[in-house]
Design a protein around this ligand. Structure first.
Ligand code: DAH
Length: 364
């Protein structure tokens, strides 16, 4: 291996010879530094401050040169340093490229290996049922309206003709927002118990004729069991125009139920009570499972009760400045989970809210 000789002769010819010998060694060693480890060794051997070849050249050639030769020696040593720096930089590049090449060679890609499967989500069965319902009514010309889940007493009850302290309020066990005692009753906030308040909000905004459906989440202070949940979904409907009759209500809901459950399904309307409709009805469909003969889902009755409905009470029109002498309308409301349970044959409403993948995956 090359070592830096001591110089006795500082004549240009002797300096040329010494420099040529050093340069030849430098070039040869730089070519041999082909991987990162030998490059490190190469750089240290030549460039190290302490005892690197170039430092030795400084000591043994430049410092040892007699005064008249100093200038000449200095220029040659500088030229050698510059060459050395350039060759080190070049060798560094080559070593890095070589390292990358061998890394790629060792990383063979096995294209037969199965990839990581990321399962696609699907729409929740309750929302799927809601979407189907919405599309049935949208095809009949209804548009979709939404309202807040935190609602005031006025919209949830009062404007729907539930007077303060009226016992009809007891049918909807309500969750109130705390610490509102200082507010007027009509402004107190609660979690809406039904989607009917969206009827009021819609009529406040729109000039009739009105045809809307209002899907959404509602809340009741009910203990969870197989058929009750403190959170569930409803689809509300409202149609207001001149000359809307009970016949329109029957025809609309009959058509909707046939679209959902098949054309063989029959509807039945029985008198009921809601403060915001007069008359009010409860709507049942003939059991789509047994065709009306009687089975477990219909509790042997042949009928399944599915929704509440009625003709909009004139008092409600009074709250939104609609003229009950010129206008009439019908409204309806249904529970979405109830329908989803029938559609997908689910016997416990809680299943919809557990988030259990074993349940949900069945809808994928
Ligand atoms: N809001 C009622 C409830 O939650 C359901 C209902 C009944 C809605 C009759 C209506 C209606 O629009 O006309 O029990």
């Amino acid at each position: 291996m090359y070592t830096v000789p001591k110089l006795e002769d500082f004549s240009p010819a002797a300096l040329d010879a010494a420099a040529a010998e050093l340069l030849a060694a430098l070039v040869a060693e730089s070519h041999a530094a082909a991987d990162p480890r030998s490059f490190e060794e190469f750089r240290n051997r030549w460039m190290a401050r302490k005892n690197g070849v170039l430092t030795q050249v400084n000591d043994l050639w430049l410092k040892a040169a007699p005064s008249p030769a100093k200038r000449d020696v200095g220029q040659r040593v500088n030229a050698l340093k510059q060459r050395a720096e350039a060759l080190v930089a070049e060798a560094e590049q080559l070593a890095a490229t070589a390292a990358l090449g061998s890394k790629l060679k060792s990383e063979t890609i096995d294209i037969s290996l199965p990839g990581i499967e990321r399962p696609l989500g699907v729409r929740h069965p309750v929302l799927r049922t809601l979407d189907e319902l919405i599309s049935v009514f949208v095809k009949m010309g209804y548009s979709v309206a939404e309202g807040p889940e935190v609602e005031s007493d006025y919209y949830n009850f009062e404007a729907l003709n539930f007077p303060p302290n009226h016992p009809a309020r007891d049918t909807q066990d309500t969750l109130f927002i705390a610490n509102q005692e200082q507010r007027a009753q009509r402004d107190r906030l609660l979690l809406r118990t039904h989607t009917s308040p969206v009827q009021i909000r819609t009529m406040e905004k729109l000039v009739p004729p009105v045809r809307v459906i209002c899907p959404g989440k509602v809340h009741r202070n009910d203990a969870p069991d197989a058929t009750h949940s403190p959170v569930f979904h409803q689809l509300e409907g409202l149609c207001v125009d001149t000359n809307i009759t009970f016949g329109d209500l029957k025809g609309t809901l009959d058509h909707a139920m046939k679209s959902l459950f098949g054309s063989a399904v029959k509807t039945s309307f029985r008198p009921s009570f809601f403060p915001f409709t007069e008359p009010s009805v409860e709507v049942s469909i003939s059991c789509p499972f047994c065709g009306g003969k009687g089975c477990r889902p219909c509790k042997q009755s042949g009928w399944i009760e599915l929704l509440g409905a009625g003709m909009v009470d004139p008092n409600v029109f009074g709250f939104v400045d609609y003229d009950p002498k010129k206008l009439s309308g019908f409204a309806f409301g249904m529970g979405v989970e109830r329908l989803a349970m029938m559609t997908y044959n689910v016997d416990d409403i809680q299943q919809f809210f557990y988030g259990d993948m074993r349940f949900l995956e069945q809808f994928a």
